[in-house]
Design a protein around this ligand. Structure first.
Ligand code: URP
Ligand code: ZN
Ligand code: ZN
Length: 480
């Protein structure tokens, strides 16, 4: 089955040029001007539009069992909504309960994800430690195509990784050529502040950001970075939301550490006033961690993205409806943490990034797909427009506009954190492996059409780092 995208301007992270793009059997097979095509080829008219790699959202949680409930968006509805917004791949998370066998958890998530309409991969969370975890990390990397392990430094009493787990898992990751990633918040501090605030009678959603101050994120980012520095392993910090954490990343990078930062479309555009909204449901709908921050952090995050200290954009798409959020009506610490956005990330980034002049179109591609593909080792299969790459493409109409709303979105959740935001620049067509899943407002996503994407371990770069850290390992002094 062939599809020709005709007459568009191709935008990659590196280049901008006029070309047709021919897709066949799931791959890009030709790129050039005025391509001849066999009869029967489906033609997409991209005149006046941009042809870019489909978005990669490296941080989603479809149907996540979390805080006593399960996220409302499943792998089908979530990846379908993603395609409506131009995103063609997600990297979700396997999150074993403490003491749960890692491979059992992995197999459960693989099963749930079979209904995905677009391609997907997994980071695997390390929530506890023993010899079986050490061995399973090896199996996941060598046999299952996992090259990143996630550590939640928050959520004490549930999935929090303490320093011992971080040390063991970071060290094992280095040996395997896998990337450790962290949710950086000091979980003990958050836990103590939650108790204090509740005792003081602050039980509503306004307590959520108060219990998770920027310093809690800065401290955890610094701790993870310092551990990674001593161990000699790269680090990827998810959802950087504060200038505090950003400054730690900048310091580490200036010192030569290999560290990557991710920022969420929500943290770039929404501030903490949402938690003081008079309607409890609206305030609770914004409860996610780290929380939305005071405005000055947003400008710092944009600068981090512009200046190369932050590399990827994501959503942390983790949907809970009003009846689920209500579990925390009397105690904000019981409100399930999570907000949506997988459908809106590309348009929000285009509107607030490209349309404002903060990002060039090429930088937009880097931030929405190419960098994630490079960091997680699936480039140029994903994140590029090149011959032999997967035909995951978005045709982007820079003149189309809409007002984002829960009334029109495709996400399976009853609130949209970007409600009322006017955006100009939208996906007109989205192709997953050469098949149109979104065409001029018509969502044609097919349940089960998405494929699991294996991500190979890093070798060359990690070998160099491992050598470096071995050189720095002191030898015992021999004494008579
Ligand atoms: O609030 C959030 N972010 N929920 C999902 C879990 C996480 O921390 O990423
Ligand atoms: Zn997180
Ligand atoms: Zn998350």
């Amino acid at each position: 089955m062939s599809t020709l995208i005709r007459g568009g301007t191709v935008i990659t992270a590196e280049q901008t040029y006029r070309a047709d793009v021919l897709c066949d059997d799931g791959k890009i097979v030709a790129i050039g001007e005025n391509l001849e095509v066999p009869t029967g080829t489906e033609i997409v008219d991209a005149g006046g539009q941009y042809v870019m790699p489909g978005g990669i959202d490296p941080h989603t949680h479809m149907q996540l069992p979390f805080m006593g409930t399960v996220a409302s968006e499943d792998f089908y509805t979530g990846t379908a909504a993603a395609m409506a917004g131009g995103t063609t791949s997600i990297i979700d998370f396997v999150i074993p309960d403490p003491q749960q066998n890692i491979m059992d958890a992995y197999r459960a998530w693989r099963g749930w994800a079979e209904k995905s309409a677009a391609d997907y991969g997994f980071h695997v969370a390390i929530t506890w430690w023993d010899e079986s975890v050490d061995a399973d990390m090896g199996t996941l990397v060598r046999e299952e195509g996992i090259n990143s392990f996630k550590h939640f430094m928050a959520y004490k009493g549930a999935i929090m990784a303490d320093d011992e787990i971080l040390y063991n898992s970071f060290t094992r990751s280095l040996g395997l050529g896998a990337m450790p990633t962290v949710h950086a918040e000091n979980g003990e501090l958050v836990f103590q502040l939650q108790k204090k605030l509740i005792n003081e009678g602050i039980t509503g959603p306004e307590g959520h950001p108060l219990s998770r101050p920027p310093a809690a994120e800065g401290e955890a980012a610094n701790r993870a970075l310092r551990l990674a520095e001593v161990i000699g392993v790269p680090l990827y910090i998810v959802h950087v939301s504060t200038n505090d954490a950003l400054e730690e990343i900048k310091r580490a990078r200036a010192a030569g550490q290999r560290v990557y930062g991710e920022v969420l479309a929500g943290h770039l555009t929404i501030d903490d006033s949402v938690y003081r909204h008079p309607d409890w449901d609206v305030a609770a709908a914004h409860v996610m961690s780290p929380p939305f921050r005071a405005k000055h952090h947003q400008e710092a995050l944009w600068k981090g993205l512009q200046g190369g200290s932050l590399h990827t954009t994501a959503t942390d798409h983790c949907c809970f409806c009003a009846d689920q959020k209500a579990m925390g009506r009397d105690d904000f610490s019981q409100i399930p943490n999570g907000t949506a956005g997988v459908e809106d990330r590309m348009a929000v980034l285009w509107e607030h990034g490209v349309n404002t002049g903060r990002l060039t179109m090429n930088e937009f591609v880097a931030a929405t797909s190419a960098n994630a593909a490079k960091i997680f080792n699936i480039y140029p299969q994903k994140g590029s427009v090149s011959i032999g790459a997967d035909a995951d493409l978005v045709v982007w109409d820079p003149n189309a506009s809409k007002t984002i709303s829960v009334k029109t979105h495709h996400q399976n959740v009853d609130y949209n954190i970007f409600e009322g935001m006017e955006v100009t620049g939208l996906a007109s067509h989205t192709l997953s492996r050469g098949v149109l899943g979104w065409k001029d407002g018509d969502l044609r996503a097919v349940k089960g059409a998405g494929k699991y994407v294996k991500r190979p371990a890093f070798s060359a770069a990690f070998d160099a780092l491992a050598k470096q850290s071995a050189q720095h390992t002191p030898k015992a002094v021999k004494r008579s």
